[in-house]
Design a protein around this ligand. Structure first.
Ligand SMILES: Nc1ncnc2c1ncn2[C@@H]1O[C@H](COP(=O)(O)OP(=O)(O)OP(=O)(O)O)[C@@H](O)[C@H]1O
Ligand SMILES: [Zn+2]
Length: 725
């Protein structure tokens, strides 16, 4: 008997070893093996009776690390699919998805972690220790809570220890063994629409994909929580996927307040110990709720009974390096293998999901009203042609902002461009400062006094002189959020403007503090990028201004219009969420553009129909499946040559065996040079997914054997979302 082991190597194959005589070994167990002169840790994928290698050449397994498999049969099946579908080396899937400590051979044991609770009869701390007071009250509401979760809620170890020193909170070590869930009652009655959606989903316990399309503020989260409550009550585990946890800290607290139980929270900012524990608690069934960003989708949970994936259209579900999976598609596969329902929610579903809903593959459900009885405001288009602008804003818009502020309300100004200005140019000759590694404009950041490449991260001091003509008259060009903030501070100082973008909330806790201050009404004027668009609920906000989305109307990216519409609806949806009616103004040079008018007059679904029709007519996804072969090299000629060779290899030897699979395009990536490398892409397309996958598997095998392919770095991107990627 032999075992086939996946190792974390960039090779698309499993490795054969001899079964140990003394230790039991099953598929799904970790093993330590010798590979060349190294010792590596891998995962047993299969046990076979025969090996293609001579028996005497096959080395024995050095050590079996797990008595019982880490992955169940069913998870192994899902992992096998993942590897096959995304055309990647097995190690990428079987080994690299494990938390680092397990990958390095740590035992499957939880690391000790304090569980905190309020001391019986303790009173909140007095004085001005606001954070400590907030922590005390939260803990009182939640009951025993793991320390890591309190950190997720934005509290520091110092604050926890201070409360402990004052003997207001104490550790409770028994709680970890407790798998019970205590469900708090909801504050409100469901609307009839919410009830219908829930009844419909609960009518079927088995696998089904439910697409809940609900307008912004329609109470999707409440629907999720009711469904979760039901699953938890049946002793099932629940997996919740969200685009970015850090952006919406309120969401986590909402779940914590409703469900008192162990939770695993997984996202990219965990340290190794936190990830280890979160993963193991899910695996051991201690965590009844697993909530996380895309990487949480493959965390094992044997008793999984429901998957919820919020904001299903969000591009952050697609991983853009290594194993380039889309967590939405993987989640659907997991639900199918586990035979449990999956709920995809969004106000603006992706065209892929809408096509599936229209074809009857997804159960399409609607929430057409806001939970608070008012509809989201209808955006108004403001023609800015020939209009004088100040920091990109028309006079009328500035007056409107003034009016809303004067009424004591909050205003959101949305600009999707961070930094002070998107370019520095020479006033004399028009030279533009560019990234030396990408040939793209450098963005000027005044706060840091640096120019920064938003494509590769390169930064430098701003040039003092023009590189072409030597003039020292370097001026900034265009408007970014920093500049808008600066202007607003002068124009509306009493509104205490706040900027929210990736630069302004770099430090941990900063975003949370700013969001809390906004909730508390300390800032009346909010300036932000799409960070401010997602999921936030600001009751006092009545006006949203969208400075500019025109680029998307004439973009070369066929997804640009879809993304623009999703963003516009999300941003607009922040206004008028409480009693007062909201207003949304969109500045544009193209007030008669069909996309904008369809979106505003007829709604997102109508625009989506139109876009789907266009995609169908031009045979673009989702009417064709795509797989991109990405190649890059230091040398432009080399990468172009290789792509020609791959193209002919495919057309001469491969395509005739796979009906309908063809090269849709062979071209430089839209951003051809990035971080000093030249990039070329070949887009393969087919009407049938399985046919495309088979052809690509064949191509992969050929590329691995061909010397010419080794001259470039190549990889596959299945179902790409972005040609640049
Ligand atoms: N049945 C209900 N009755 C009253 N209020 C409700 C009800 N359901 C939800 N709400 C409230 O309505 C507000 C919006 O709900 P929620 O945040 O779940 O909406 P959403 O659909 O997720 O919105 P978005 O897509 O904008 O994030 C919340 O404050 C929520 O507490
Ligand atoms: Zn760059």
């Amino acid at each position: 008997m032999f075992v086939q082991v996946a190792l974390a190597l960039p090779l698309r194959r499993l490795f054969d070893y001899r079964l140990p005589e003394t230790q039991a070994c099953h598929p799904g167990c970790r093993v330590e093996v010798t590979f060349g002169r190294q010792k590596l840790i891998g995962l047993v994928v299969k046990i076979v009776e025969q090996s293609a290698y001579p028996a005497d050449k096959i080395k024995p397994i050095h050590q079996v690390l797990d008595e019982a498999p880490i992955y169940s049969q069913q998870m192994l099946k899902t992992l096998a699919w993942l590897q096959q579908y995304y055309l990647c080396p097995p190690g990428e899937v079987y080994v690299n998805l494990l938390p680092k400590k397990l990958k390095n051979g740590a035992p499957t044991q939880l690391l000790a972690e304090p569980i905190w609770q309020v001391v019986d009869g303790a009173k909140p701390p007095a004085g001005r220790a606001y954070k400590q007071q907030a922590l005390f009250h939260l803990l009182k509401k939640l009951g025993p809570t793991a320390q890591s979760l309190l950190k997720e809620d934005g509290f520091s170890l110092a604050q926890i220890n201070q409360l402990a020193d004052k003997q207001l909170i104490e550790q409770n070590s028994d709680f970890l063994k407790n798998k019970q869930v205590e469900i708090q009652p909801s504050e409100f009655e469901l609307t009839s629409e919410q009830q219908q959606v829930i009844d419909n989903i609960q009518a079927n316990e088995n696998f089904a994909v439910h697409l809940v399309q609900g307008v912004t503020g329609s109470g999707k989260t409440e629907v999720y929580m009711r469904l979760m409550a039901e699953a938890l009550a049946q002793n099932k585990q629940v997996l919740i996927l969200v685009p970015e946890i850090g952006l919406t800290p309120q969401t986590l607290q909402r779940f914590q307040q409703r469900f008192h139980c162990q939770m695993s929270v997984l996202h990219s900012e965990l340290n190794d110990s936190e990830r280890h524990n979160a993963w193991l608690k899910a695996w051991l069934g201690i965590s009844r709720i697993i909530i996380g960003t895309r990487s949480a989708v493959m965390v094992p949970a044997a008793e999984l009974g429901l998957i919820v994936l919020d904001e299903e259209h969000d591009a952050s579900y697609k991983q853009q390096d290594g194993l380039r999976y889309n967590a939405r598609d993987v989640a659907i596969k997991r639900a199918a293998d586990q035979n449990c329902p999956i709920v995809l929610g969004s106000a603006t579903p992706s065209l892929e999901s809408l096509a599936n809903a229209k074809a009857g593959k997804f159960n399409w459900l609607h929430l057409t009203k806001r939970a608070t009885a008012k509809l989201p405001p209808k955006p108004q288009l403001l023609d800015i042609k020939h209009q004088p602008l100040q920091v990109g804003l028309a006079f009328g818009v500035v007056e409107l902002i003034e009016k809303h502020l004067a009424a004591g309300q909050q205003v959101l100004v949305f600009l999707n461009r961070r930094g002070y200005s998107p370019a520095l140019i020479c006033h004399e000759c028009g030279w533009v400062a560019e990234c030396p590694r990408c040939d793209k404009h450098l963005t000027y950041h005044r706060n840091t006094q640096l120019v920064n490449c938003h494509h590769c991260g390169y930064y430098a001091r701003p040039p003092a002189q023009c590189a072409e003509c030597g003039s020292s008259q370097i001026v900034d060009w265009g408007i970014g959020t920093e500049q808008l903030e600066e202007w607003m501070q002068q124009r509306f100082p009493e509104a205490n403007p706040v900027r929210i973008d990736r630069d302004s909330v770099r430090r941990k806790g900063e975003l949370e503090n700013k969001l809390n201050a906004i909730q508390a009404g300390e800032h009346k004027l909010l300036i932000g990028t799409q960070m401010l668009a997602k999921g936030h609920h600001f009751p006092q906000l009545t006006l949203t201004v969208i400075v500019n989305l025109d680029n998307a109307l004439y973009s070369t990216d066929f997804r640009a219009a879809e993304k623009m519409a999703q963003l516009l609806v999300q941003v607009a949806g922040r206004a008028g969420r409480a009693e007062k009616t909201g207003q949304v103004v969109v500045q544009t040079h193209f007030p008669n553009h069909n996309y904008l008018n369809t979106l505003i007059e007829k709604g997102y679904t109508e625009l989506a129909q139109l876009l789907l029709k266009e995609r169908e007519d031009s045979q673009l996804p989702p009417y064709q499946y795509w797989c991109i072969l990405r190649m890059e090299a230091q040398n432009q000629q080399v990468v172009e040559q290789v792509s020609q060779q791959v193209d002919s290899l495919f057309n001469q030897y491969i395509c005739q065996h796979y009906q309908g699979v063809e090269v849709f395009a062979n071209m430089p990536a839209p951003q051809e040079k990035r971080a000093g490398k030249y990039r070329q892409i070949i887009i393969f397309s087919a009407k049938q997914r399985s046919m495309l996958n088979a052809a690509m598997n064949q191509l992969t095998a050929s590329l691995e054997q061909n010397d010419f392919a080794q001259k470039v770095r190549w990889l596959f991107d299945v179902d790409p979302l972005d040609l640049n990627g």
